[in-house]
Write a protein that binds this ligand. Structure first.
Ligand SMILES: [Zn+2]
Length: 713
């Protein structure tokens, strides 16, 4: 997934130079934040954050001063006696709020990647204040008047295409934020936004705490049969870290399915692990999210009504490439029956194995991964543990992910050990363009820890913008379990694929070549943003790439071709499951967000069960990838009514993979074309137009259907 640090980072755009005579210049001389690292752009290369200088105590004053400065700048723009021009209004807004942007970027990155109780408490405190601050801008009537005036005469302004798009974008942002509402409704909206901000922060914090608290404690090693010695050692260390003597701890990952379900032979323990996972946030206690989810759905429905939309999804989708709930519902409902049929057929095969082994029980959700692994072994004669010795982290990253990027785009990488990091396991690389010139920094934060949100994501610490002359500083975050001290980090193939995926987002940020920060890199619709990252996954199994990184960590022998063939052949394996669990989560997301205020349920779990049943995806052995009470993408982050986006983007992804294959695959010519037509454009043009320019025609859905085994009967 993609980082969701700020709902709308662009509203806190980062200029490097303050406008002469602006409020910012005057305020800076006040000097009360002299020692605060956020008071000025970082002096480190690329304005890389000075993590070693930043203390917990710096955030609150920097936010407070940053909001004050930004507020004054906005008032100055709104009250400018001069007639509105593109420069004195729109560009001035892009330039405003630099201090707030600096502190927000670092703060929200670290509350996701390396949080602590002080940041958590500040985050709860800040959420409503930031929402109010944003409202103060978007509901400023004078400011909207200036933007409207420019918008009305936009053709006559003779702006270049990107500037014209920026003006239109600002106008739309204001309208969608309620600028056309009357005063009373504006007050109502402000209150809704503040409550929403607080509640979604609470939802996320509950998920993180509940996930840590739900880790499974195991008393004896015997129960862990099926895990490798390294995994058992990790579980023992995890127990030690929690002060538990002679025990083992299995931490939870944020998805419903848990990795160890694939290998734990003890069925009762698998069940315990699975139930701990699915019950997160819905069994009482202080981290219960049932009511939080309901309240969030209600507030969003109320806000949509106030803004004149049928529901929250209609409001959200208008701004996506999908445009309407009808389009999204159509895709989900067309794919659901085929996916569930495939999953049922896969389930029947698993049941056969259980029966053949005289298991004497009916396949349950906690059996799926375990018997799927057996089937995988039988069908393709390999299992994940055979692969892992070939997937050592540093090799995967430097000789796989980076290698593919060098082959495609001609960029090169060099580790920088001179820049400060916020955690000792984080690495920084400098990236050089084809001509050898320095172009960006890349931060690799690969390991799981209790202070880190689950899942994987990318975010930008500094966005590329020619207006400000900034080059990108981009980070990838994964959650690879830390091996016991002295052991190598060996990845599962899923983790390898995730590393390639996240770097695909990174490339979108790194190759950005736009003028305005509002359009930089991944500032594109959500249902488009997963597309470049998914395309990049294709290189994980590309023979030339695979042979370069998949080397045994002990004897550096290249992964045998037979094993490579099996990985490729196994790609379509278990797709009924994968598509169903994903579609179920996407459907839940749509159901929650297509409610009107009057339809908000009282019981979150009953609503969820009914929604899955109605959509025909209530197949118990395949629960949704996330259940409502720990579905942070939609209740805690920026993917509300947007979880479908992964599949929507996959249509373009599957098309692009075909294109690369048709044109000779991994070479500079193909890479340069993709970079030039697509990756460099960010949001500076209509994303589907950039796709058409790249592909040479409209997208077709067939490659996706074939890939997922969902061909229409
Ligand atoms: Zn992603």
């Amino acid at each position: 997934m993609l980082g969701t640090a700020l709902v709308n980072p662009a509203s806190y755009a980062t200029p490097v130079v303050a406008e002469p005579g602006s409020a910012v210049t005057q305020q800076k001389s006040a000097g009360k934040l002299v020692d605060n690292p956020f008071a000025h752009a970082s002096k480190l290369a690329y304005q890389y954050p000075a993590f070693d200088q930043i203390k917990n105590t710096h955030y609150a004053p920097a936010f407070s001063e940053g909001m004050r400065q930004h507020g004054l700048e906005i008032v100055a723009i709104a009250n400018n006696p001069a007639a509105p021009t593109f420069e004195n209004t729109v560009i001035a807004m892009e330039r405003a709020g630099q201090m707030l942007n600096r502190v927000s970027t670092v703060f929200f990155s670290l509350t996701a990647a390396n949080t602590n109780p002080t940041l958590e408490s500040l985050s709860r405190d800040l959420a409503p204040k930031l929402a109010a601050h944003q409202d103060q801008i978007f509901l400023n009537a004078r400011l909207f008047q200036r933007i409207s005036k420019l918008y009305e005469v936009r053709q006559a302004l003779k702006l270049d295409a990107e500037s014209q798009r920026l003006l239109e974008r600002y106008y739309t942002d204001f309208v969608r934020a309620g600028a056309k509402l009357g005063d009373k409704d504006k007050q109502k909206l402000k209150s809704l936004n503040a409550q929403l901000a607080s509640l979604s922060t609470k939802f996320n914090q509950n998920v993180l705490k509940e996930t840590n608290a739900s880790a499974i404690v195991v008393d004896s090693k015997a129960e862990l049969q099926g895990l490798s010695e390294e995994e058992i050692a990790s579980a023992a260390e995890a127990a030690k870290a929690r002060g538990l003597k002679d025990k083992f701890v299995i931490p939870l990952m944020n998805t419903t399915g848990q990795p160890f379900e694939a290998s734990l032979a003890n069925r009762a323990l698998r069940q315990r692990l699975h139930e701990a996972s699915v019950n997160r946030g819905s069994h009482g206690g202080e981290f219960d999210n049932r009511q939080v989810a309901i309240d969030l759905a209600r507030l969003r429905a109320d806000r949509a009504t106030l803004l004149g939309y049928a529901n929250h999804a209609a409001y959200g989708l208008e701004d996506e490439t999908a445009k309407t709930t009808t389009a999204v519902n159509k895709m989900l409902s067309e794919l659901a029956p085929a996916a569930v049929n495939n999953a049922r057929a896969e389930g029947a095969e698993l049941q056969k194995i259980i029966d053949a082994q005289q298991g004497n029980f009916k396949l349950a959700a906690w059996d799926w991964a375990f018997y799927t692994e057996q089937l995988r072994k039988a069908k393709y004669s390999f299992d994940d543990s055979q692969l892992r010795p070939y997937f050592e982290l540093k090799n995967v990253l430097e000789n796989g992910v980076f290698f593919a990027a060098t082959k495609l785009y001609g960029i090169t990488f060099k580790e920088r050990t001179d820049l400060p990091v916020y955690h000792p396991s984080v690495k920084v690389y400098e990236i050089f363009d084809t001509d050898g010139k320095s172009m960006a920094l890349f931060i690799a934060d690969m390991y799981a820890r209790d202070t880190k949100r689950g899942g994987a994501w990318m975010n930008a610490y500094v966005e590329q913008s020619s207006l400000f002359g900034t080059k990108p500083v981009i980070a990838n975050h994964l959650n690879i379990p830390q091996p016991p001290a002295g052991q190598p980090t060996l990845l599962t193939f899923d983790e390898v694929r995730t590393a390639f995926h996240e770097f695909g987002h990174a490339l979108h940020g790194l190759f950005s070549n736009v003028k305005y920060p509002r359009f930089s890199g991944t500032n594109v619709p959500r249902d488009f943003v997963e597309y470049p990252s998914q395309v990049n996954e294709m290189w994980a199994t590309w023979p030339e790439v695979l042979k370069n990184y998949a080397k045994h960590y002990q004897n550096t022998q290249v992964i045998p071709q037979s094993l490579v063939d099996k990985i490729t052949a196994a790609n379509k394996f278990n797709q009924g499951f994968a598509t169903t669990e994903y579609l179920a989560a996407s459907l839940l997301d749509q159901r929650w967000h297509q409610l009107t205020p009057a339809q908000i349920p009282k019981d979150a779990l009953a609503f969820e069960a009914e929604a899955l049943k109605q959509a025909g995806v209530d197949f118990a052995p395949v629960p949704p990838r996330y259940r409502s009470t720990y579905f942070s993408h939609i209740f805690g982050g920026g993917y509300s009514a947007g979880y479908y986006a992964y599949l929507w983007s996959e249509v373009l992804d599957a098309e692009s993979v075909e294109w690369f294959k048709e044109n000779g695959g991994l070479n500079r010519k193909n890479g340069d074309w993709f970079r030039q037509q697509l990756l460099s454009k960010g949001g500076s043009m209509d994303p589907l137009e950039s796709f058409r320019n790249f592909r040479g025609r409209e997208p077709k859905i067939e490659p996706l259907l074939i890939r997922r085994g969902l061909q229409k009967q």
